[in-house]
Design a protein around this ligand. Sequence first.
Ligand SMILES: C[S@@+](CC[C@H](N)C(=O)[O-])C[C@H]1O[C@@H](n2cnc3c(N)ncnc32)[C@H](O)[C@@H]1O
Length: 240
Amino acid sequence: MAFDFTTKRWWRKMKRYLKWRLKNPFAPYEDYYVYSVMKKIRHGSGHPAIGSASRPVRGHDELLEFLKRYGLQPNDVAVDYGCGSLRLGRAVIDYLEPGKFWGVDITSEFYELGLAAMEPELLRQKAPKLGVINPETLAKVRADKPRFIGSWHVCSKVPEARLDSYVGSIISLMTAGSTAIIHFPETAERRQLSGLAWASPRSLMEKVVRRHAPNARISFDPLTDTESEGVRQTLLVIRT
Ligand SMILES: C[S@@+](CC[C@H](N)C(=O)[O-])C[C@H]1O[C@@H](n2cnc3c(N)ncnc32)[C@H](O)[C@@H]1O
């Protein structure tokens, strides 16, 4: 296993995970992610991607700009899959016509932080739709026939055993003519980047997509031109 952080630090994080797992033997892994992030936020140390201390890695409009590049129009329905506290979703809400934005996440706690920080007038005008990822929410999103699904900084948080469920859920929202764009850190081999983040080879991503959408068109585009320590920022584009 390749780790770019020290064994001591890794062991500290592993102990934290095992302690949580003993208390929550049947909880899905996603609950551990929520627990870890909310613990940081509640203790006041803040989180780089969620809540009031969050900042975009590049720009607030990155998700919007890429969706537009792939053809997003204001009257399309678009989904921010794993929207967090709407750090990038806000610009998409602003761009789309009222009622056309869906933000979904594994917990409502994250997007509630985002909604609380947003101007009430913008929320009133744009009426974004938000929901926790579960069969009922996914059915509601599907009924709105989204043309675009974007998932930014999410795939990296999904352990390999949960990739099928993550990608399969995104594909389940697609209908003929829709496009899903999944950002992921790309490496030659699956690699753990930190306690809660992994990078994947494109062959793995393609294999998972093929299991759920054998006839989809799949391509890979660069998100940025940079590569750091063998990690590239890549977009997996799925078209049905
Ligand atoms: C680093 S945050 C990014 C949030 C948002 N996309 C952004 O860029 O601001 C990762 C997000 O992925 C969500 N997430 C983690 N595992 C997920 C899964 N299996 N399915 C959907 N969302 C997931 C987390 O709840 C969190 O909101």
